[in-house]
Design a protein around this ligand. Structure first.
Ligand code: F1P
Length: 346
């Protein structure tokens, strides 16, 4: 996170500057729509980006799986800005989606980790995430870095559009500066998470539920568990549970809730009650000092309090650790999961 922010933000003045993107400042003031294209974990980061850009910059955002987008005939105009997110910068589907959007005249921004990779070379401007090399196949620190960059992009666009007052921007940037310490603190739950992992290492299924920006976190938690432990897992918006997944809940079904104290807290509590009423086992990610969820959930993992904008950065950490410990306990190779490639170039 620190590397993403270095040299790019000036909290004291309430200014955000982002690589080559600042050359498009005028365009950003007048755009009608942003399309985010990505695959896998990067797509989940894109969903967080949608939440933040719409919340702060009030620009409509569509988030598309590049692997699907490239094969249909989407409406793209020269007024559109497309943001391509990719850790490797080599994902073939994301490359193809960019080429198509570029042909139709859109402006393309990239959010990539690997400096000089193919994707940054075909974008008009972009930001490197500087997360360092991802040794394992499954993206972890790249996700955190992508979300950090997208957070800064959302703030930058809000500044250009005039949808955020300077004092609020300074407040948010100052808080973002404290997130690395808070993540450090969140990592202190490692031993507790390992104990929880022991209880669930033989699970066959797992559901992850969240609301607002907690929804992409739930998707990412489910993907990490699938990718490295081969346990079937699904992420859903918690409010969608009653439209289908509720049928799956019984005493064999662990349900991981993102239940931190934010605008959807009360609603998440009622979703937890629905699961408990059906004898589901609840593991909840809660804000430090929470008492209400603790009365209902079977297991609670605390993360430090933070504004809703920064919730994905913090709440993803315990989910990554949970998947990691479950995978290790099941004897899986967490760095080289079967059937997965680091860069999907075909
Ligand atoms: C996209 C992605 C990763 C996933 C795996 C396969 O890669 O789906 O999120 O963990 O490595 O590829 P990228 O475009 O972000 O490099």
């Amino acid at each position: 996170i620190r590397d993403c922010m270095r040299g790019r933000i000036y909290p004291a003045e309430g200014k955000v500057q982002l690589g080559g993107i600042k050359e498009f400042a005028e365009k950003l003031k007048n755009i009608d729509r942003i399309i985010i294209v990505a695959c896998g974990t990067s797509w989940h980061a894109g969903l967080v980006g949608e939440y933040l850009i719409e919340e702060y910059a009030r620009i409509p955002v569509e988030v598309e799986y590049a692997s699907e987008f490239r094969y249909r005939n989407p409406i793209i105009t020269e007024k559109d800005v497309v943001i391509a997110i990719s850790q490797s910068g080599e994902t073939a589907d994301t490359m193809a989606a960019i080429e198509m959007a570029k042909e139709k005249g859109a402006t393309i921004f990239g959010v990539c980790n690997v400096v000089g990779a193919s994707i940054p070379r075909i974008t008009h401007a972009g930001v490197y995430t500087h997360a360092g090399p991802e040794i394992g196949v499954a993206s972890t620190k790249a996700f955190t870095a992508q979300v950090t960059v997208l957070t800064l992009m959302a703030f930058y666009m809000a500044q250009q559009k005039g949808t955020i007052v300077n004092s609020k921007l300074v407040e948010l940037l100052t808080e973002l500066d404290c997130i690395p310490e808070k993540i450090h603190h969140a990592l202190e739950s490692n031993e507790q998470i390992k104990t929880i992992a022991e209880k669930f290492k033989d699970s066959r299924n797992c559901l992850f539920l969240g609301r607002g920006s907690g929804f992409p976190v739930a998707l990412e938690g489910a993907l990490k568990l699938k990718e490295i432990s081969y346990i079937h897992a699904e992420g859903y918006p918690a409010a969608e549970m009653k439209h289908g997944p509720i049928a799956l809940i019984d005493e064999e079904m662990p349900v991981v809730f993102i239940a931190t104290k934010n605008s959807s807290y009360e609603k998440v509590i009622s979703n937890i009650q629905e699961v408990k009423a059906r004898k589901g086992v609840v593991i909840a990610i809660v804000t430090e000092g929470d008492t209400d969820v603790k009365k209902m959930a079977d297991y609670c993992i605390e993360i430090p309090d933070a504004s809703e904008a920064f919730l994905p950065l913090l709440a993803t950490i315990p989910l990554q650790l949970l998947s990691y410990h479950i995978a290790v306990l099941r004897g899986c190779n967490v760095d080289q999961p079967r059937n997965l490639a680091k860069s999907v170039t075909v």
